[in-house]
Design a protein around this ligand. Structure first.
Ligand code: UGC
Length: 180
């Protein structure tokens, strides 16, 4: 039986993840117009202006990831909002793929990034994704859009069609953890 194509796990890198979104946790920059402040006590700087697709509420979710399965058989995406994932307690492996013209996942663009504690990834809308953990469960902070969360919960609980998200079965891929 042919083995499923493997996806190498890559370190999070601003340039590599640019087609899918914005890396969070880059070094502070004080040489441009981006708001920042550096002092002996602390630094703060703008990493990203989060966009939910419409003026209004941004939602913070607390997400517990437990899935250690190295096989990937489905991806999820959100049509209206960016979505940021920031590991708090342990790293996660975040798989991302762009959408084809017809809205289906572009599996040729499927990549897996290891997001360590202290960094994050903010995905653009319509970026397909799945999340795994390797050695231990991970709690993450997630920025998203309240209506997208509500729509997703109703879909997952009742089976009613989701409007703001899609979950698609894909040809199985396997995570290649060997190169970590
Ligand atoms: N709540 C929610 O949207 N979760 C998913 O997108 C996920 O990536 O876990």
């Amino acid at each position: 039986m042919p083995t499923a194509p493997s996806i190498p796990i890559e370190p999070l890198d601003a340039t590599r993840c640019e087609p899918y979104g914005w890396m969070l946790g880059k070094p502070v920059r004080t040489d441009g117009d981006t708001p920042s402040f550096v002092s002996p006590a602390s630094d703060f700087w703008r990493e990203h202006v989060f966009d939910t697709g419409t003026p209004g509420e941004t939602e913070i979710l607390w997400v517990a990831y437990r899935n250690r399965d190295r096989t990937i058989t489905s991806l999820e995406m959100h049509r209206l909002t960016q979505q940021a994932i920031v590991p708090l307690t342990a790293p996660v492996i975040h798989l991302v793929a762009a959408s084809l013209e017809d809205g289906e996942p572009d599996l040729n663009s499927l990549r897996a990034f290891e997001i360590p504690v202290g960094k994050g990834l903010c995905m653009r809308p319509n970026i397909w994704h799945a999340t795994r953990v390797m050695d231990r469960d991970a709690t993450c902070l997630m920025l998203t859009r309240p209506s997208t969360t509500y729509d997703l919960v109703v879909h997952l609980k009742t089976g009613a069609p989701a409007c703001e998200s899609a979950i698609k079965t894909i040809e199985t891929r396997t995570l290649d953890a060997g190169n970590r």
